[in-house]
Design a protein around this ligand. Structure first.
Ligand code: UT7
Length: 332
């Protein structure tokens, strides 16, 4: 008689979080002083009032996204009480990979010493982590993987035009990671992903590599006001759609972690969901906008601080270039 296969885990659950910030921290005043040397005028007052950002971290010339990702992943593994050898899937969200190819996920895999399991990058800019977490959740629920590392890692400082004060004050570098495992209990309750390619041009790095040269402009371009307006609308709709799929209500959310880009967008989203601002996790003040790393970084900071605790219900929300957006509702 043949024994029946083990039942699939119905859910996935985060069992550990980790993060990594590069050592070099620049306050707004530090950055303003550097920009002044180029004749670019800005001020701490403007940046704080319009964005909520007070500081950001930048890599040095030798560091890549994988350097940050490996440390974040190791911290997440330690928090989950797992060895790297137990991981059977790596998904890494980035728009600033180490190389054109292979993927930064494969570089991280090599550095963790775990050859064999699938490893790939997800490119959805600032929505990258919610995209990556959604894919990992699906793969775990279908039995394709049982213990995944899901990472967001960025070195956006490499893409910034330091002559454009409208963008260069906004972004920072960093990485965040989670271990996601199969579980009989949720875990991830619902996910909701979207993209609208009609808005490719409002936030982009239009350059590419061809014939040994960079073709086009390799620096970040953004229509800030267009992004702002779209972001406020889609963050509310994604949160509501995700709650509906999970059969939950906004009042069930213990913590809201929207993409950390601008405190005004974050406050607007909390207000639309009628959530008190003390349920909002804010790290944009200290990290700036770290694109795909912003959500796992904020999650880890809040977990390390003992604010988000096991059993809490958390709404993660991404929005960014593409245009892409999405949300993940989970019980920690
Ligand atoms: O990660 C993807 C998500 N990205 C976002 O969510 C970004 C969304 N957009 C935003 O956060 C905001 O649109 C910005 C923070 C980028 C800009 O804020 P704003 O209130 O929309 O400012 P603005 O672009 O309308 O500029 C207002 C003024 C302009 O001067 P004038 O034309 O009124 O004289 C700008 O030149 O502020 C000036 N300005 C600055 N002044 C000092 C723009 N950047 C700066 C600066 N320092 N860094």
């Amino acid at each position: 008689m043949t024994s029946s296969p083990a039942p699939l885990p119905r859910f996935s659950r985060i069992t550990g979080t980790g993060s990594m910030l590069p050592a070099r921290r620049l306050t707004n005043a530090d950055l303003a002083a550097e920009l002044a040397q180029r004749g670019v005028e800005t001020s701490d007052e403007w940046i704080v009032e319009r964005t909520g950002i007070r500081a950001r971290h930048f890599v040095d010339a030798t560091q890549c996204a994988s350097d940050l990702a490996v440390v974040a992943a190791q911290n997440a593994l330690a928090a989950a009480g797992r060895m790297a050898s137990e991981i059977d899937l790596i998904i890494l969200a980035t728009s600033t990979p180490d190389m054109v190819f292979p993927s930064t996920a494969c570089i991280v895999q090599r550095r963790l010493g775990i050859a064999g399991c699938p490893a790939f990058d997800v490119q959805a800019v600032c929505s990258g982590f919610v995209y990556a977490l959604t894919v990992a959740d699906s793969m775990i629920r279908t039995g394709a993987a049982s213990k995944a590392l899901v990472i967001g890692a960025e070195v956006f400082s490499r893409l910034l035009d330091f002559n454009d004060r409208g963008t260069c004050v906004l972004f920072g570098d960093g990485a965040g990671a989670v271990v996601l495992e199969g579980s009989a209990t949720p875990g991830i309750l619902a996910t909701d992903l979207h993209a609208d390619g009609r808005y490719v041009d409002i936030l982009c790095v239009p350059g590419t590599v061809s014939g040994g040269q960079i073709l086009g402009d390799p620096l970040l371009k953004m229509d800030g006001q267009a992004v702002f307006k779209l972001a406020v609308g889609v963050l509310e709709s994604a949160a509501r759609a995700t709650l509906k799929k999970a059969g939950r209500h906004a009042g069930d959310i213990d913590w809201l972690i929207p993409h950390q880009a601008n405190i005004r967008i974050m406050h607007g989203t909390a207000r639309k969901l009628k959530l008190p601002l003390d349920k909002l996790i804010v790290t944009v003040d200290e990290h700036g906008n770290t694109s795909a790393a912003s959500i796992p970084l904020a999650l880890d900071v809040a977990v390390q601080a003992g604010r988000i605790r096991p059993g809490d219900t958390v709404m993660l929300e991404g929005v960014g270039g593409g245009f892409t957006w999405g949300a993940v509702l989970l019980d920690l």
